[in-house]
Design a protein around this ligand. Structure first.
Ligand code: PLP
Length: 576
């Protein structure tokens, strides 16, 4: 591709992205309707030997790529947390790719380091981090850096804490092997912490205590102290705690003001993971949640979740950058330069040497929206979550399961886990909304997150209407089958005798057909397979509703529900 061709293809691509964004809501279903391996038969097994025209490549986007996309920017996407995205951010990444630098040290591209430091100070101040975390603080040791993900932030801080702890232990036991001391180190987090803490502990080869939080899913000081004291008695060395500031399951907040003093007392590194909710701290009304942050050694939040900045952009600050980098500093001749004593070289702050120019996109976003625009975006999500919460509370069939402070509402039908699994599977199967589940104190709940940048009250109302109409169908069906002595036992997973065929009535068949049409994503399995799978839960992927075929009451019209190309529903296309 030469420059003129790129100029044209680039403009066309921008047009394509704009059209995608503008028509997403009306043209595409939020989740793809493809089966695993769908792509394999659509593209060649071997890479092309000869160049292909750009138009040919682009023509594959709609036919082969888009059918496999889950549309995270769709107004009906309410799963996970938001995937930050905005035009200024996309332009930032485009320019970063355009200049194509690798900014591992100041010398390798001075502005890459310098802009990152400035933007991290901007955001750190807006969030209200203590001055010690900012690199602009006179005589301070702190500073911020961009990592690829929250998982990396937690890993590198655990690595730093591990190195510091071993160094400290070596003062008393200079002859001890590092591996011997390593075996005594213990890290802590709550059950609500993201699984990346467990992964970090695995990589660091340290023990991890996962502590039960309180009834609000918040890790409290007393539980942490109790566990630490027990470990201390056993000659173990508490060295690191990861507090969750907005948990993935329910957006709960650990009590920093209780955990902090304990970590200080035991000389532990306290990391605060605010991957999602940390972004909201740019709004003054939420800053009360940060009480106790002054005890933290490090803090992270992901603008690529909730600050309109595209992945990857995880911002992280440390109180002492010298202590932090100690575990990772290596200094071969080819990476040294004349200014390394005066400047920040981010190559010492993480696992990779090479780094992209990520600061550009965050700089573009902050300047284009202004902090006020970003606050407005976050406040709108929080307000809409409250609106959605009010719908749930006003319906006696449902219950709210988390303390709604940010953009996440966890809710469920009052009843057992199974009915909620069915509800979620049917919602996802309808293709009208996308939600994921989580577990709160053993209960299966549906997580509803406000995600779209310009989400509206109408979107909340639409979602609630879809959820309640599907719930009504499920409750109606459940009520019907509850009359049957056999099915309730299946729902609770109890062992039951071999099934006796139940003659299907005309009404049953009509209901079945209606549900099949509505839940076009249905997995149909025999009752035998269903029973065998209950213990493994393997059928419940949270996406595909399951229809249990009665051996006698066969699905009359198997062919009336199947998938057409590109995620369309064939029967709808046929005008049925
Ligand atoms: N921490 C929390 C609280 C999260 O919610 C998540 C992901 O949702 C993570 C960590 C992991 O984030 P990442 O994908 O950036 O590693």
């Amino acid at each position: 591709m030469n420059t003129d061709e790129f100029r044209q293809a680039g403009k066309d691509m921008v047009d394509y992205i704009c059209d995608y964004m503008e028509t997403l809501a009306v043209k595409r279903r939020v989740t793809p309707a493809v089966e695993p391996g769908y792509l394999k038969n659509m593209i060649p097994d071997e890479a092309p030997e000869r160049p292909e025209p750009w138009d040919n490549i682009m023509s594959d986007i709609e036919s082969k790529i888009m059918p496999g996309i889950t549309h995270w920017q769709h107004p009906r996407f309410h799963a996970y947390f938001p995937s930050g995205n905005s035009y200024p951010s996309i332009l930032g990444d485009l320019l970063s790719d355009g200049v194509g630098i690798i900014g591992f040290s100041w010398a390798s591209s001075p502005v890459c380091q310098e802009l990152e430091t400035v933007v991290l100070d901007w955001l750190g101040k807006a969030i209200g981090l203590p001055d010690e975390f900012l690199s602009c603080t006179q005589g301070g040791k702190g500073g911020g850096v961009m990592q690829g993900s929250a998982s990396e932030c937690i890993l590198v801080n655990m690595l730093a804490a591990r190195a510091e702890a071993i160094k400290r232990l070596k003062k008393d036991e200079p002859e001890a092997e590092d591996g011997h001391l390593l075996a005594r180190l213990v890290a802590y987090c709550s059950q609500e912490a993201h699984s990346c803490v467990e992964k970090a502990a695995k990589i660091c080869m340290v023990k991890l205590r996962i502590i039960e939080p309180d009834e609000k899913s918040s890790l409290r000081g007393e539980q942490l102290r109790q566990q630490i004291e027990e470990d201390f008695e056993d000659n173990l060395v508490p060295f690191f705690a990861s507090a969750t500031f907005g948990s993935t399951s329910s957006c709960s907040f650990d009590k920093l003001s209780e955990i902090g003093p304990i970590c200080e007392e035991y000389g532990m590194w306290l990391h605060v993971d605010g991957a999602y909710a940390g972004n909201a701290m740019i709004c003054d009304e939420f800053k009360y949640l940060m009480k106790g942050i002054e005890y933290a050694s490090s803090f992270n939040t992901n603008p690529n979740k909730w600050l309109l900045t595209n992945f990857d952009c995880s911002t992280m600050w440390v109180r002492d950058r010298f202590k932090f980098t100690e575990a990772m500093v290596v200094d071969p001749l080819y990476l040294q330069h004349n200014h390394d004593s005066q400047v920040i070289d981010y190559r010492h702050w993480g696992v990779p040497l090479s780094r992209r120019f990520r600061a550009l996109k965050l700089w573009f976003v902050i300047r284009s929206y202004g902090l006020e625009g970003l606050r407005e975006y976050i406040r709108n999500h929080c307000r809409l979550a409250k609106k959605f919460e009010s719908y749930v509370r006003d319906d006696r069939r449902f219950e709210v399961c988390n303390d709604v402070k940010m953009g996440l509402v966890c809710f469920r039908l009052k009843g057992n886990n199974k009915i909620n699994q069915d509800l979620l599977a049917s919602i996802n199967g309808s293709g009208k909304l996308h939600l994921i589940p989580s577990s709160i104190r053993g209960k299966y709940v549906l997580r509803f997150c406000v995600v779209a940048e310009k989400a509206t009250e109408e979107d909340m109302k639409y979602a609630w209407d879809v959820i309640t109409s599907i719930a009504a169908e499920i409750l109606e069906t459940t009520e019907k089958v509850e009359k049957d002595k056999e099915l309730p036992e299946i729902l609770s997973g109890a062992k039951i005798p071999p099934p006796t065929p139940i003659p299907a009535t005309a009404g049953d068949k009509a209901l079945f057909r209606r549900l099949s049409r509505q839940f076009s994503f249905t997995k149909s399995v025999s009752r035998d397979i269903y029973q065998r799978s209950i213990s493994r839960n393997s059928l419940h992927d949270g996406v595909s509703p399951i229809v249990v075929l009665d051996e006698e009451g066969e699905h009359e019209n198997k062919d009336d529900v199947f998938f057409g190309p590109h995620g369309t529903i064939q029967e709808e296309e046929n005008g049925k």
